[in-house]
Structures are given as C-alpha cells and as structure tokens.
Design a protein around this ligand. Sequence first.
Ligand code: BGC
Length: 731
Amino acid sequence: MKGKSRHLLRATVLAAALLGGTAAAATHPWMNPAQSPDARAAALESQLTQGEKLQLVHSLFGEPSPDKGLPKPAGALGSAGYVPGIPRLGVPALQESDAGLGVANPLEVRPGDGATSLPAGLAVAASWDPAIAYAGGAMIGGEAHAKGFNVLLAGGIDLEREPRNGRNFEYAGEDPLLAGTMVGAAIRGIQSRHVLSTIKHYALNDQETARTTVDVRIGEQAARESDLLAFELAIEHGHPGAVMCSYNKVNGDWACENDVLLNRVLKGDWKYPGFVMSDWGAVHSAAKAANAGLDQESAGDAFDAQVYFDAPLKAALASGEVKQARLDDMVHRILRSMFAAGLFDHPAAKAPIDVAASMAVARRAEEAGAVLLRNQHDLLPLARPASIAVIGAHADKGVLAGGGSSLVLPRGGNAVPGLKPTSWPGPVVYDPSAPLAAIRALAGKARVDFASGDDVAAAAALAAKAQVAVVFARQWAAESVDAADLALPDRQDALVEAVAKANPHTVVVLETNSPVAMPWLDRVDAVLAAWYPGSAGGEAIADLLFGKVDPSGRLPITWPRDRAQLPRPVLEGAGAPAGAPPPASVDYGIEGADVGYRWFQRQGLQPLFPFGYGLSYTRFEQGAAKVALHDGLPQVSVAVRNVGKRAGADVVQVYAQVPGSTVRRLAGFAKVALEPGESRTVQVALEPRLLSDFDVAKQRWVLHGGDYALYVGRSATDLAAPVHVRLPARD
Ligand code: BGC
C-alpha cells in the first residue's frame, strides 16, 4: 500500500473511532479524509440548521470578561476565542489561542501553566532561513495541539514602516519578499501540527497609535506592491486557514468591512479559499461587514458594541440585505479550513510536551536571528578573558519579552515580577533564561560579576576592574502603544557611556523591539542585536558571545541614524498625553511602496546599518553572478566561499532594479552554511512580482520587459556591480 493511501485509511479508521464506529462514519460522509476539504465541507453544511450556521460565524471571548459580567464560556479552555462545537455532527469546537511566538497563557486564567516562546518575529525573520521559521511554527503548533488548542492567532506580517510601532517584535520586518517567505514558512509549520493558523492583521495595521480609529491612506499600486504583497506571498507559501482583518480603516473603510481588501483583492484576485476572522473589537456592522467579505466575528460579546453576527445578521438575512448564499459561503469557508488543517482528523487534546525539544528550537532560532552589528578589534567571540563584568537589563535573571496578547507566560513564571506596567499592556515579563548563568557556564575559570546598572557609578567601577564588559540594554514594547522616539529608556545611554569609558572592551547586547538610537556606538567595540530573545535566549546569547555558534542573522529592517530620516519623523499621537485627540489618519503615500531601504535609497539617505546587514566571525567571498533565464525569468547563481577560519553562514541577496526605477528591490535570497574553506554555488530564483509593477488599470502584475539590473551582495548597500539582463515583457 502506498504511503498516502495508508495514511488515508488510518485517518478514516481514526475518524470512525471518534464518532463511535464505522456506522457513524457512514452517516457522516464528511469524515472521509479521502475527499477534498471543499467536498467535506459541502457534505457537512447540508446537515446544519440555520442556528448552527449562525453559531459558527461568531466566536465568544474564551476568558471571563468581568466588566461585561461574562463568565468563561462552558467548554472554553480559557483563551482568546471559542466557538462551541456541534457534537451531533462531530464538529470540534474552535479553541483559539494567541499567537505567533508561542502559546499565550493568559495569566489570570491558568497560572503556572507555561509554554515555550520563540524569539521575536523579527529575530526569526533575521535568520533569512525559512527552515528556522518552519521549525518554530511546528514547535508552537505542536505545543498548542498538546494543550488542546486547534487555532493559533499567529502569522503577524504587518510591514515595518514605523520603527516605533509597539508590535514590531511580532512581525517580520520591512520587506514583502522576506516577510512573505518567512511568515509563510512559519504558518506551514504551525499547520503541519493540525492547528489552523491565521495570518494577521489585514491590512496596513503598521502602527498601534490610534489603531482602532486611524484611517490609513495609501494608493492601490503602493499597497499592492508593499503590505499586500507580503500577505499575498505568505498566503501562497503558508495557506493559512484564516486571515484576521485589522482594527484600522484603509482608505476610509474599516478593514473588516472593506470590500476592496476582502472581496476584491483577497477572495477575488488571490482566490483565497479560507475565512476572514475579525480582530477582537474590529467589527462595526452586520450587513456591510458580511457583504464585504467578513466571515467570522471574533469575541464580539466582549469587544464589539454588539454581537453583529448573531441577531443583527439574522435580521439582515430575514430582510434580504444579506443573502442566504453569503451565510452559506461564510460557513463553507470556516469548515473547509478546519478540514484542510486537519482539525477533524487529528483533534487537539492534552498530551505531554517534549520541553527540551521545544527549547532547542527556540534557542536555535535566536542563535540564527541575533544580528552582530559591530565588532571592532575582533572583540567577539570572547577569547577566554580572565574576568567579565555583566551589567544591566536583569541579565542575572532572564531576558525580556514583548507585551500584549502575544505574550507567552514562561514555564516557571516571570523571572522579574512586579515591573510596571503590571496590567495591560503589561505585565512586563522576563523569560527565566539568565544570560549571566549562561555566560558563567561558558567562561571557564573567568571571574564573572554582575551589576544591575541602577547605580551607574557602581556599574562603571565593576567594568573598570574586568577585562571585558558586557552591557545589556533593554526597551520594553507592547501591543496598543508605540514609542514616541527611538531612545533607550531609563537613562541607559548614560549607563553604556559610563561603562564604555571605564572599559575599552565593551560589548552591548540589545534586547529591543526594533532599532534604537545608539549615541555611544563609536565608543563600544561590539553590539549584538538580540531582539526579544525568547525562552532559551540567555543560552543563545552566550553561545554567540563565545563563538559556539557564528552570528548569521541579517537585519530584516533598516536601522536609521535618527528619526529625521524616517518618512514620518514625528509619529503623530505616540506618547501624547492622555486626552490628546488621536490622529484621524496617517499618510502611507509618503513612502508608498518604498518601505524601509527603498525609502533610504530614494531619498539618498545613509542609515546607521542597512537592511540585510550583519557581521559574522568568519569571512565570505561571493564570486561573479551568472544569470540564466528559465521560462523567461532570471535565476542567479553565485559561488560563495568561506575564506575564514570558522564555520558560518552567508546570505546571498539579489536586488533588482526594474527599467525606469531608481530603487532596487529584494527579488531573491538564499542562506548557505559553509565550513572553513568550503565553497558552494547557490541558485537564487527571483520572484516575478518583484520584477513587475502592479498595474491598477489592468488590475494585475505587469512585467514590462527591457533591461533589468541585478545586484548581488550582502546588504541593500553592499552590492557588487550589476549584471544586466534583458527580459521579455509578460503579464
Ligand atoms: C490583537 C490580536 C489578537 C487578539 C486576540 C487583539 O487585540 O490585535 O493580534 O490575536 O487581540 O487576543
């Protein structure tokens, strides 16, 4: 028997067993896994009552909601969302948990029950390695399944237009190709564990300031070539079961009742077969939202003005304002995604978790995604110094996590409890993976001392006595708030300055949401951007500092010198005093599709560190690029050699300049691991949409043809002379 048929037979037997025998399977034809998800959904729909259909199109808040006087719904595990099942037909309940870094365990519901957190989404993106993203997705999907959750509210992919956005740590950077590839791989990983994943927040939810009211203004071509392209690519790679529409308005219409975004682009042009789920509190109507393409209202009982997809939708159906066919389509989309992700055939249930295996995945992701920004005099990797002063950021206790709905409660609890804010968008949580202990473990006989950094003079005195000083700097960020500027908080710049003055061999490790200003940069020898490092972050940081692994992360964002370089030097409303009116709109037409490095090119600006940049402990040489056409599209091959003395990984980045444009776009990339002296030729296929423009009049991508300049190198600005290739025009 072939592998696939054996698998199908097993699944059929399993499904029959779950329904209480083969007789039940015969009466429940949708339980036959040999059928397509669409056929199974169609068979099941025909059995549903109107009441059951309405039950499927809105979830309940899965936690108690004291201000609304709502208890935890019966049957809910206690998480962000819950849709009761339909036992008579074998339809499982949807148990929905946040988020993309791990299984969030709301503190108030399940104290003591932790999960494994990946490092920040930016760290995973900085690995430039889809296998890292996939492994991370499979790990968190596996933990979700073993905790009884079958939906992960994951797949954060809003582009980084705004380094001050409090949720950048949940996302995958500024470039549509990199973000789309990495987030798509993470979603595939999650769904490989029979957990349905969302992709979110659709769309252009690129700042938290006034997120529930702001109207994002952007032209269609610019949107299609930037934020929407990231979604388009990730959906193609990952096939998420649901798309979560966002809080904000886009060009005047709420994202969750936006006919252009939902019906025309997502379901029309991209032929997306899954369902659109609203963000929590993002629904403003019944008929308009349903007709614009929203399929399921999330937790409206706790977050919306009313549960629109219950009685109001029923009334709209009765009046004919919403057609029955639309409700049936909503139900079909939900069920077909449940079948496609395996929710019927592989029900989520409590099971033991291999914590050590999960932690190894989280550690590997941080090792692959931390970015070495500076390394003067080859201070790193640390060469057995006699003494090390470790300073700041609670490095004796753990590593910082970002706040909000994505927060993963660590096993063993918060390493630094009590820091403010202690309630939403707090608590501030540190994962109990202490860099100090991990450094001591690798430091051999070296004396390793710690200073909290609260007393700057004491920290400087400790640094003065040590051979090397490692200062940890932190910037907590969270959902629902943006930073007003790029500065490190709490006078940490003064701490770094003082330590650097006391010790010429100073390393700074940044645990930040995104880029921060580094006024002291020239006075320190080394800087490692560790992002939010995740459950095994302390160990990963030590591995990198001591060279147990080579830093191979490359920036998924441009690191600006200061906010004057940004398209919006002032983020209107961020950090504004309470009561200040929120900005009504934000203009993303300023940079349009030229987000991040493309904006810097267009304006002729030199960033502090460019997109794609990152140092290694070894050195690579990239040979001359060769271009061959396959089906009229270029494939670039480049020989890469590790000419240093350590194993490491290089990222070959190919940027394309299309005829008539002055900016270069990342069109393909490949990461290659090489032993010292080893050489390999990597092939990089270029994504045709990055060689094309979106033609709004024709409503499709058009590759105009002509002379394309292809630049190969290691960052958006470190590029060899271009190779020119003539491409034929194509639609
Ligand atoms: C966030 C979503 C999250 C949801 C459920 C919202 O506030 O924007 O990302 O999935 O809450 O917790």
